[in-house]
Design a protein around this ligand. Structure first.
Ligand code: FAD
Length: 317
C-alpha cells in the first residue's frame, strides 16, 4: 500500500525505519538481522537508501594512476523487492539524480513498477566524495524537483519518448526530503522552504525530514511549512546518537546542531556504552514529545543497528 494511504488510515503515530544496502560482497542476511528485531513494531514501511558510484585512483605497474569507478553498496532495488516478499512490508527505495540519465531513471521506475513497488523517496543526492558541488549526469537531473516532475509525468503515462501511444501510467507515491535546519547549500531557510513547496506542488505526497536533535527546530519547520501552504504529512527523522565520535560526525555530515545539554551529557560519559544510554534516553524523550504533538509517523535512521531503535520503539509504541 502507498505510504500516503497508510498515513491517511492511521489512528496514531506510525513507525518506519531505513536500511542501508550491505557493502558489495556481503550477504543480504545482515539486512534481515537488522530488521528482524524491529518487525514486531509493525513498520509502515522500510526505506532502502541508494548509494551512487565513487571514484578512486589506483597506481598501475607503469606508475600511472588509473581512475576506477566502484559502487560500494549496490542492491537498492533488489533489497526492496526482497523485503516486500519476505516481510510483506512496503519498501521505499530511494531514487537519486546523481549518476542517472533521465532514460536510466525511467528504466529504474519501470523495474520498480513491474515489481509492484508503489513508493519512492525522490532525492538529488549529495556531491560525490571528491567533488565540492553536485554535478548532474549529462542528460540527468540537477535537482530533486526535476526528478519528481519525471515521476509525476510517468504517473500520468507520459514517458520520455513522445511517440508512445496508450502508455501504461505508473502509480508511485512520492516522498521527498525536508530540512528542519535547512539544507546546507541553501542561502537561507526561506529559500529552502520555497524549494520544498515547489517539490510538493510538482507532485510529491509527503516529506521525511533530515535527522535533528532539538524538537523545537522541527516544530518551527513544520509551522513555516504550513504557513507556506504545504499541507502534506511531515514525518520527523530520528537518529539515535551512540558514540562520542557522533559529536563531530553528525554536525559535519548531516549539518545538524546538537543541543548543549546533549553534548554535555555525552562528554561526561566514560565510554560508548554510556553514550548509547544517553542517546537512547534523548531519542525516547524526543519521540514521546513528537508523538504527543501528533506527528503521523516517526522515521528512524537505524544505520544497520537495530538494538537502540528497538529500545526506543519499546518505550514509545
Ligand atoms: P534538492 O531538493 O534538489 O535541494 C538541493 C539543494 O539545491 C538545496 O539547497 C535547495 O535549496 C537547492 N536548490 C533547489 N533548487 C534550486 C535552484 N533552482 N537554484 C539553486 N538552488 C536550488 N542521499 C543519497 O545519496 N542517498 C540516499 O539514499 C539518501 N537518502 C536521504 C533520505 C532523507 C530522508 C534525507 C533527508 C536525505 C537523504 N539523502 C540521500 C541526502 C540527500 O541526497 C542530500 O541531502 C542532498 O544534498 C539534497 O537532496 P534533496 O533531494 O533535498 O535536493
Amino acid at each position: 500500500m502507498k505510504v500516503i494511504d497508510q498515513l491517511a488510515k492511521a489512528k496514531s503515530t506510525l513507525f518506519s525505519f531505513e536500511v542501508i544496502p550491505p557493502l558489495k560482497g556481503e550477504s543480504i542476511q545482515s539486512i534481515y538481522d537488522g530488521i528482524d528485531p524491529l518487525i514486531e513494531f509493525n513498520p509502515m514501511s522500510i526505506n532502502v537508501t541508494y548509494h551512487r558510484e565513487e571514484f578512486s585512483y589506483r597506481k598501475m605497474p607503469d606508475g600511472l594512476l588509473k581512475r576506477m569507478t566502484v559502487r560500494k553498496r549496490p542492491g537498492t532495488v533488489g533489497i526492496s523487492a526482497a523485503l516486500k516478499f519476505r516481510y510483506g512490508v512496503e519498501p521505499v527505495p530511494h531514487l537519486i539524480c546523481g549518476g542517472f540519465t533521465r532514460e536510466e531513471t525511467e528504466n529504474a521506475l519501470i523495474d520498480l513498477d513491474f515489481l509492484g513497488i508503489k513508493n519512492v523517496l525522490a532525492l538529488r543526492g549529495d556531491p560525490q566524495k571528491n567533488e565540492r558541488v553536485f554535478v548532474p549526469e549529462t542528460e540527468g537531473h540537477t535537482y530533486a524537483l526535476d526528478l519528481i516532475k519525471q515521476i509525476d509525468a510517468l504517473n500520468k503515462g507520459i514517458y520520455l519518448h513522445e511517440d508512445m501511444k496508450n502508455a501504461n501510467p505508473t502509480d508511485f507515491c512520492i516522498g521527498v526530503a525536508g530540512y528542519p535546519e535547512k539544507h546546507f547549500e541553501s542561502p537561507n531557510v526561506e529559500f529552502d522552504l520555497l524549494n520544498l513547496k515547489k517539490k510538493i506542488d510538482a507532485g510529491a505526497d509527503y516529506i521525511v525530514t533530515q535527522l535533528f536533535y532539538d524538537n523545537q527546530r522541527f516544530f518551527e519547520f513544520e509551522r513555516r511549512c504550513r504557513d507556506l501552504g504545504i499541507g502534506v504529512p511531515i514525518i520527523p527523522g530520528i537518529k539515535i546518537l551512540s558514540t562520542k565520535r557522533h559529536l563531530n560526525f553528525l554536525p559535519s555530515y548531516f549539518h545538524t546542531t546538537l543541543p548543549e545539554d546533549l553534548s554535555r551529557a555525552v562528554l561526561a560519559c566514560k565510554d560508548n556504552k554510556e553514550v548509547r544510554e544517553v542517546g537512547i534516553e534523548w531519542a525516547t524523550a524526543q519521540c514521546r514529545e513528537l508523538r504527543e504533538h501528533g506527528v503521523p509517523c516517526i522515521h528512524f535512521y537505524t544505520m544497520g543497528r537495530s538494538h537502540a531503535t528497538r529500545r526506543v520503539a519499546e518505550a514509545i509504541y
